[in-house]
Design a protein. Structure first.
Length: 233
């Protein structure tokens, strides 16, 4: 750990993103109390089908303390939470992805939303996952149309219509033969990810895998038949 990071840890001790307890080990992504309690997804429960993607992986179900932690990150501008979230995602990616990726990117915010929020939460997570997994994180997409937040839309058809045509490839993007990881915070209907994954395919990507911190279900069912701690100590 760098000297500057040690000083910051003394002044602002890292806290568990889910319960706000000060972490005894500042390198840990969460506290020992939350570790066994979180809704971990294992096996098939941690994977979702997303159009145009070869798989979508998530370490957590979107329930219990997970939604509040993500809201704190996105809307209360607690940017430091991007780092522990990315640690969980990086472990999930390492465990599940069948091949090594060439690039990692993210589903970007529109300019208006970026100005309101002050930062792009998916970009911060993607860059940290890329650092941890030694995969270059590069901007490949832009959101060219401001849309309603997907969380405000109940119907899957409305979510898909909301995302349709909202994204575009950045000029000059050529992914011929590349294997790409696409990052976002939560997957529900998969509308945003499928829209972005389709564009990456159009640019020539050979493989596209999606990675999110959490997986939500609109039908109210528990996503996992078996949920247990998949974080490696």
């Amino acid at each position: 750990m760098k000297v500057g990071e040690k000083v910051l840890d003394l002044l602002f001790p890292p806290k568990c993103p889910f319960c706000q307890r000060i972490l005894e080990d500042p390198r840990a992504p969460l506290c020992p109390v939350c570790r066994p309690r979180l809704p971990w997804l294992t096996g098939e429960a941690g994977e979702r089908k997303v159009d145009f993607a070869d798989g979508c992986f998530s370490p957590l179900a979107y329930r219990d303390g997970v939604p509040e932690a993500i809201r704190r990150y996105k809307f209360s501008r607690v940017r430091a939470l991007g780092k522990p979230f990315a640690q969980l995602m990086a472990q999930c990616l390492t465990d599940r992805m069948p091949q090594r990726a060439d690039l990692i990117c993210w589903a970007p915010l529109a300019r208006k939303r970026l100005r309101e929020r002050g930062f792009d939460q998916a970009r911060r997570m993607a860059e940290e996952v890329g650092r941890l997994c030694a995969i270059p994180a590069v901007p490949l997409l832009e959101k060219r149309r401001h849309t309603r937040p997907q969380s405000e839309l109940e119907e899957e058809s409305a979510r898909r219509a909301n995302a349709r045509g909202a994204y575009a490839l950045l000029p000059g993007v050529d992914l011929m033969g590349k294997r790409v990881v696409l990052v976002d915070d939560v997957v529900t209907s998969g509308a945003t990810l499928s829209e972005c994954a389709g564009l990456l395919r159009m640019a020539g990507a050979e493989r596209v895998w999606c990675l999110t911190l959490a997986q939500a279900r609109r039908d109210g069912k528990t996503a996992a038949k078996k949920e247990e701690n998949c974080w490696k100590k």
